[in-house]
Design a protein around this ligand. Structure first.
Ligand code: PGA
Length: 247
């Protein structure tokens, strides 16, 4: 079965509302819609409104939050609930990004709660999984990814249009050193197997130092359905080149 290619931009703590609007002024003419291609943007929550408005005419572009809290409302200072994110224009959310896990101490249990809350609010999820360098060196990469993925699958039944997995080895994020295509393919095939019956329909994205220069070789891998891009998604020209399949 052929799955559409997905190009996702994770802007992290960059591009406030004014810069986000400026990004789309340049990006949209560079990247017209293409059949069978989905684009996803994960701006700062403060820029969600602007990004949703700038992309309203583009059915191929969806907008998501980078994080959420699992309660629907209440005394949780500084947190953002799934229904609020949906109201601000999000139709997706990232869950379990490596920086959430390793910088902010998010546990597997936290990611499960977040995925359940997202599903209740009808937000799609891109669940990020991946091992550290030490875990890879110890030969435990697939075990680590399985331990991040299976508890979520126990609690939510993935909806094919609204559920993706992003394999992002922690050692490849923001380092300039992407996974070798063969290593990415091996993990993606393993993830697809872990996904069981939904594996054939679930987009499995690769993330970690994706650039215009390496995206083509990654997309050639049979089980790499798209990419989740951090640093190189901040520049409209670079991200448009990535969405075109690379240079
Ligand atoms: P990077 O980040 O492309 O800057 O390595 C990827 C990510 O964190 O999603």
């Amino acid at each position: 079965m052929s799955r559409p290619h997905v190009f996702a931009a994770n802007w992290k703590m960059n591009l406030g509302p004014a810069a986000a609007a400026g990004f789309f002024d340049r990006f949209l003419p560079l990247c017209p819609p293409e059949p069978g291609r989905r684009l996803l943007f994960f701006p700062s929550a403060l820029s969600l409104h602007v990004v949703a408005a700038a992309t309203r005419e583009r059915a191929d572009i969806e907008v998501g939050a980078q994080n959420l809290f699992w309660e629907r409302a209440g005394a949780f200072t500084g947190e953002l609930a799934a229904p609020m994110l949906a109201e601000a224009g999000a139709s997706f959310t990232l869950v379990g990004h490596s920086e959430r896990r390793h910088v902010f101490g998010e546990t597997v249990e936290d990611t499960v709660r977040k995925c359940v809350a997202a599903a209740e609010a009808e937000l799609g999820v891109v669940l990020c999984v991946g091992e550290t360098l030490e875990e890879r060196r110890q030969g435990r990469a697939q075990d680590v990814v399985r331990a991040q993925l299976l508890p979520v699958l126990d609690m939510v039944s993935p909806h094919p249009q609204r559920w993706m997995v992003a394999y992002e080895p922690a050692w490849a994020i923001g380092t300039g050193e992407n996974a070798a295509p063969d290593d990415a393919q091996e993990m993606h095939a393993a993830v697809r197997e872990m996904l069981g019956a939904s594996g054939g329909m679930t987009p499995v994205l690769y993330g970690g130092s994706v650039k215009p220069q390496n995206v083509a070789e990654l997309l050639r891998c049979a089980d790499v359905d798209g990419v989740l891009v951090g640093g190189a998604s901040l520049d409209p020209g670079d991200f448009a080149a990535i969405c075109a399949g690379g240079s």
